[in-house]
Design a protein around this ligand. Sequence first.
Ligand code: ATP
Ligand code: MG
Length: 353
Amino acid sequence: MKKRIAVLPGDGIGREVMEGAVRILKAVADCFDHEFEFTEGLIGGAAIDAKGNPLPPETLEICRESDAILLGAVGGPKWSDVPTDIRPEKGLLGLRKEMGLFANLRPVTAYQQLVNASPLKREVIENVDLMIVRELTGGIYFGKSERRGENNDVAVDTLQYDVHEIERIVEKAFQLASVRRKKLTSVDKANVLESSRMWREIVDKVSVNYPDVQVEHMLVDSTAMKLIHQPGDFDVVVTENMFGDILSDEASMIAGSLGMLPSASLRSDSVGLYEPVHGSAPDIAGENKANPLAMILSAAMMLKYSFDLEKESRAVEAAVTEVLNDGYYTSDVGVSGKCIGTKEMIDKVMDKL
Ligand code: ATP
Ligand code: MG
């Protein structure tokens, strides 16, 4: 199968970890007889330096012509003084919006070898395998914001969703749950917010089409508690933008390190953007210290969700698990074992693959 992949390494450790993802994907193409065509584009600080724009039109064009997008990370102290409208992060926000990527998927898996890296107890996080599905292009982060009053002493943010925006994210979550353990937790604040009451109605309506998926509604505050107390009870969790932002960072601690967490941003067709949850980590950039596994696992998500290559995706995940089982870690993971660098970690995964 032939696929076009946009490669946006971005800044800091983005470049180092992207090298790993591309090497792994080339190996997958060879092993399984696929053709992947990679086209590199500039984004974030690198694009500001070269073009004065964190999302140059030519990058957007590359992405529009691709079947999927891989992104490293954007930003860093070098660009802390550029005007707010051309900050590196604007490049990524603009890309998500332009591409209409409304569903952000963050799987959280507790790897056996890494349970000691988590601040939570082994018996609590053992066997955790959950997926947070966060609405990414609506809600309070995109509603009207303003200052009012004679002295600008009133600040307003607006949380607004229309039925269509909720339906499409909820539909996505049901689809995911139906091919996983068939449990969906919908998170809201329906005891207070009108948008949450509408959210619940829509979840109940869509659930009729997925009779084999067990649905529960949970308030966001009790969800925050339960993620620490009994994370093993969750399968797919679907929620609006801000709740998802907060809960997914909370859930990330289960995995032990930011360097282990992949993500996908999807829309209704098969096009998606795949990136590690972590940022550009300027403190370790260029030192061969970055954990490349979040980026490599993001590439595995791309194989599965954009290209429907389940077997290939599982092969990459299995290679990662085997390297961890052999006791190899990068320095971010903080467990005892054989600590290796970024390049060496990529080599290990390549060997296993
Ligand atoms: P952003 O605003 O872009 O999300 P951030 O300020 O949240 O960035 P990160 O860049 O994600 O921060 O880094 C947070 C900390 O985690 C840093 O100390 C960094 O070195 C470490 N870190 C992040 N990603 C990795 C990785 N892949 N490997 C090793 N350490 C990492
Ligand atoms: Mg961050």
